[in-house]
Design a protein around this ligand. Structure first.
Ligand SMILES: NC(=O)C1=CN([C@@H]2O[C@H](COP(=O)(O)OP(=O)(O)OC[C@H]3O[C@@H](n4cnc5c(N)ncnc54)[C@H](O)[C@@H]3O)[C@@H](O)[C@H]2O)C=CC1
Ligand SMILES: O=C(O)[C@H]1O[C@H](OP(=O)(O)OP(=O)(O)OC[C@H]2O[C@@H](n3ccc(=O)[nH]c3=O)[C@H](O)[C@@H]2O)[C@H](O)[C@@H](O)[C@@H]1O
Length: 429
């Protein structure tokens, strides 16, 4: 099928590449010229394991191309996917400006009957609005159907998730559109769940909010563990063995970050608020996460009278391993407080440092390796559990002025660290 994807961020590009890989003809449209130039050469503008290789393969096979021109992008499209950003407004609600602009672009340029598929995470009712915008602004009078098809991939394992997802949700209000989008997705071999549009929209927010709830829940259990002398890893394991609970997303740490959990939890609170429902539980989840992010700085402040003369190594900057994405990373707030308190910060991340430099305080010093960041440091904070950090030899911490480590991702064995003479604090163990 001829498919166009609007927006080539983490979701749009992975969607385009995956659909090309299963045999569709894909043209991706983005307004960012520099990005499009890179992608035309088979270079992914984002770090995502395996993506460059799959892009190049499908470009060579002439199943994948890129353009900044919407008209060219939509000319042959049977289906158009919307995968533009839905960032957070100041009040926490979802900003739909990019989605609405994409709808206007579609309205202006389509010249054949089209199914529009919304991949972006959008509040309930947005697909109705998109359809309305397209119908109101259409130049040629074409038949338009709309399908809500939320995305569940995780950054860092996006391709793996696309080909091995737990489900594909198709929300439609007619059998033709639902059947066509099922056909598009069939080669993935992933279970397909059909529902109405509004339920599909809510499935996405409810799923992210539930996962965020698991994380804040285990983080509160970790706080109790610390106070009563239990070990949160053992507690999580014992809980997770109950299949009704499940073992995943029970890793205690410095909370959730990234481009989605923080914004989607807040957006769902707004969605509920708009229909006069106070989502108390989710408000608690958000508050717990807020506190959790500053946990390591609180611990540092308990350990040292002042940070003014301290050299602090920060290991890991991305919001999670295997991505260069810095959106809502804990490192943003942690490094800001450290610098505010007068500390010297020497940071290292295997992949995200270029993006970090654009976002973090200009006083941060960047190291080329874990070892370099540890040299002469008074304390080290672990913010992201990259394999390179996780696999660091505990004896390496002896290069510090004082081997004191606050581990926000429970990367190291408590026993090994203590045996290596490291003063070690981790979350709830
Ligand atoms: N990042 C993730 O892991 C996931 C994101 N989502 C959702 O998917 C959506 C997209 O997220 P990301 O890929 O992270 O966004 P992103 O911000 O990385 O990328 C959006 C892209 O859309 C482009 N764009 C904006 N307006 C355009 C227009 N009118 N025409 C063409 N291109 C346009 C931008 O230039 C940018 O390249 C959001 O709603 C997000 O909540 C859903 C699941 C996973
Ligand atoms: O809507 C989205 O954008 C996506 O959001 C998350 O994916 P992502 O943000 O890429 O990464 P996750 O692996 O979910 O991690 C999110 C955050 O939670 C933290 N986390 C995760 C798991 C855990 O047990 N503990 C924990 O603190 C991670 O460190 C990270 O900061 C969801 O997992 C995806 O299903 C969803 O599609």
């Amino acid at each position: 099928m001829n498919i166009s994807v609007v927006g080539t961020g983490y979701v749009g590009l992975v969607t385009g590449v995956s659909l090309a890989e299963i045999g569709h003809h894909i043209i991706c449209v983005d307004i960012d010229e520099a990005k499009v130039e890179k992608m035309k050469q088979g270079i992914s503008p984002i770090y995502e394991p395996g993506l460059d290789e799959l892009m190049s393969r499908n470009i060579e096979a002439e199943r994948l191309s890129f353009t900044i021109n919407h008209q060219e992008g939509f000319r042959h499209a049977d289906v158009i996917y919307i995968a533009v950003g839905t960032p957070e407004n100041e009040d926490g609600s979802a900003n739909l400006a990019f989605v609405e602009q994409a709808a206007r672009d579609i309205a202006k340029h389509i010249t054949k009957d089209t199914i529009v598929v919304t991949k972006s995470t959008v509040p309930v009712g947005t697909n109705d609005r998109i359809l309305e915008i397209i119908k109101e602004n259409q130049i040629h009078n074409m038949q338009i159907d709309i399908v809500a098809n939320p995305e569940f991939l995780r950054e860092g394992s996006a391709l793996k998730d696309s080909f091995n997802g737990d489900r594909i949700v198709i929300g439609a209000n007619n059998d033709y559109a639902a059947g066509m989008i099922e056909k598009v997705n069939e080669p993935f071999g992933v279970p397909i769940y059909h529902t109405d549009i509004r339920s599909a929209e809510l499935i996405k927010y409810a799923s992210n909010a539930f996962l965020a709830t698991k994380i804040s829940f285990i983080n509160e259990i970790a706080a109790i563990c610390e106070r009563v002398g239990a070990n949160v890893e053992h507690v999580a394991k014992g809980m997770g063995m109950d299949q009704r609970i499940g073992e995943k997303f029970l890793n205690a740490g410095i909370g959730y970050g990234g481009s989605c959990f923080p914004k989607d939890t807040k957006a769902l609170i707004q969605i509920a608020g708009n229909v006069a429902y106070d989502f108390e539980l989710l408000k608690g989840v958000v508050n717990v996460n807020q506190k959790q992010r500053a946990l390591l700085v609180d611990k540092l402040n308990e350990r040292f009278a002042t940070l003014a003369d301290k050299r602090i190594a920060v290991l890991g900057l991305a919001f999670k391993p295997n991505t260069d994405d810095m959106r809502e990373a804990a490192s943003i707030i942690v490094t800001e407080i450290l610098i505010e308190q007068g500390a010297t910060v020497i940071a290292y991340d295997p992949v995200a440092m270029e993006n970090a430099k654009k976002l973090l305080h200009s006083n941060i010093i960047y190291a080329e390796s874990v070892e370099e960041s540890l040299e002469d440091a008074d304390a080290a904070l672990v913010l992201t559990e990259w394999d390179e950090i996780r696999n660091a030899d505990p004896s390496g911490f002896q290069a510090m002025k004082s081997p004191i480590v606050f581990d926000g991702r429970n990367c190291f064995s408590v026993e090994k660290m203590r045996d290596s003479g490291v003063e070690y604090w981790s979350v709830g163990r």
